[in-house]
Design a protein around this ligand. Structure first.
Ligand SMILES: Nc1ncnc2c1ncn2[C@@H]1O[C@H](COP(=O)(O)OP(=O)(O)OP(=O)(O)O)[C@@H](O)[C@H]1O
Ligand SMILES: [Mg+2]
Length: 269
C-alpha cells in the first residue's frame, strides 16, 4: 500500500509521433520493476495506443465509461509487471473534445484511485487541444517530449506558452528523444529553454535525453516491453536515469490528491 499521495505526471508534446507513448510505457514498467504501484491513463486517441504497444487487448475502454456502460474501475487492465492501464480505445472521437460534464464524470470516477497508487502517468495526445490542456493542467508536472527537429521545438514552445498563459501550469520538464548525442540533445533543450525564458519568463527543467535505439522500434513491432526485454540497452539506461531523477527531484506541489488536482483543472479550463 503506498504511503504517500501519488505523483501525477502528464507526458505531452507539441508535435505528434515524438515518442510519448513509448516513454510512458517504459517509464511505467521501470517504476513497476522497483515495486511502485503505477496507473497509466491513456488520454490519447491516436492509433498508437499504449495497450497496443504492450500487446494487451482490453475489452472495455473510456468510451464505455463515457457512455455510462462501465465504471472506470471496471475498465482498468493489468499490463506487464502489474502496471495498471486505463485504456482509451482507438479513434474514440468523444475523447478529443470532452464536454464539461464528461470531464466531471471522469474526475468523479477517479475518486478512489488515490489510495492505491504511487505514480499516475497520463499519456496525452499531441498539440494544444482542449483535452491535452486539461490533462496537463491537472498534473503536478508536465513532461514535454521533443526531438531535435525545429518543428518539434516550435510546437513544444507553443504548448508550453498556452499552458503557462491560459492554464497556470508552472512545472515543465523536457526530454529530448531520438537524439544522436548528448550535445545534440542539450543544444535542443537550450534552444527551447532560451525562448521560454526570454518570452515567457518560464524555466524548463532538463531531464535528459533518450537515444535513438533500433531495439526500441523492434520491441514496439513485437509488442514487447522494451526495458523488460533489454534492461541494459542504451535506451533503458537513460530511461532509468530519468525515472530516478523524477522520483528524487519532484517539481511543484508534491502533496494534494488526484481529486484535488483534477478538480482544480476543471475550474481553470
Ligand atoms: N528512442 C527511440 N528509438 C527508436 N525509435 C523510437 C524511439 N522513441 C520512439 N520511437 C519510435 O517512434 C514511434 C512513435 O512513438 P510513439 O508512438 O511513442 O510517439 P507518440 O508521441 O506517442 O505519438 P502520438 O503523438 O501519435 O501519440 C514509435 O513507434 C517508435 O517506433
Ligand atoms: Mg502516443
Amino acid at each position: 500500500m503506498p504511503t504517500e499521495q501519488p505523483r501525477i505526471m502528464a507526458v505531452s508534446s507539441g508535435k505528434g509521433g515524438v515518442g510519448k507513448t513509448n516513454f510512458v510505457a517504459n517509464l511505467a514498467l521501470f517504476y513497476a520493476s522497483i515495486n511502485k504501484k503505477v496507473l497509466v491513463m491513456d488520454a490519447d486517441v491516436g492509433l498508437s495506443n499504449i495497450d497496443v504497444m504492450l500487446g494487451i487487448t482490453p475489452k472495455f475502454n473510456l468510451r464505455h465509461v463515457l457512455a455510462g456502460q462501465k465504471r472506470l474501475k471496471d475498465i482498468v487492465v493489468s499490463g506487464p509487471l502489474g502496471i495498471n492501464i486505463i485504456p482509451a480505445g482507438s479513434g474514440v472521437r468523444e475523447l478529443t473534445s470532452l464536454a464539461e460534464e464528461q470531464r466531471l464524470q471522469l474526475v468523479t470516477e477517479l475518486e478512489d484511485f488515490d489510495l492505491d497508487f504511487d505514480i499516475f502517468l497520463i499519456d496525452t495526445g499531441a498539440g494544444i487541444s482542449e483535452n491535452v490542456l486539461f490533462f496537463c493542467s491537472a498534473a503536478q508536472e508536465v513532461i514535454v517530449i521533443v526531438t531535435p527537429e525545429p518543428t518539434s521545438i516550435a510546437d513544444a514552445y507553443a504548448l508550453i506558452k498556452v499552458l503557462k498563459n491560459d492554464f497556470r501550469t508552472r512545472c515543465f520538464r523536457l526530454i529530448v528523444n531520438t537524439a544522436r548525442s548528448e550535445k545534440e540533445a542539450f543544444d535542443t533543450y537550450s534552444k527551447l529553454s532560451l525562448v521560454a525564458d526570454k518570452f515567457l519568463n518560464q524555466s524548463i527543467d532538463y531531464l535528459g535525453y533518450l537515444p535513438f535505439d533500433q531495439n526500441v522500434k523492434d520491441s514496439i513491432i513485437a509488442q514487447k516491453s522494451h526495458i523488460v526485454m533489454h534492461p541494459n540497452s542504451p535506451f533503458a539506461k537513460k530511461l532509468g536515469q530519468i525515472a530516478k531523477r523524477l522520483i528524487e527531484h519532484p517539481l511543484g506541489e508534491t502533496t494534494g490528491t488526484l481529486q484535488f488536482f483534477l478538480r482544480r483543472a476543471l475550474r481553470v479550463g
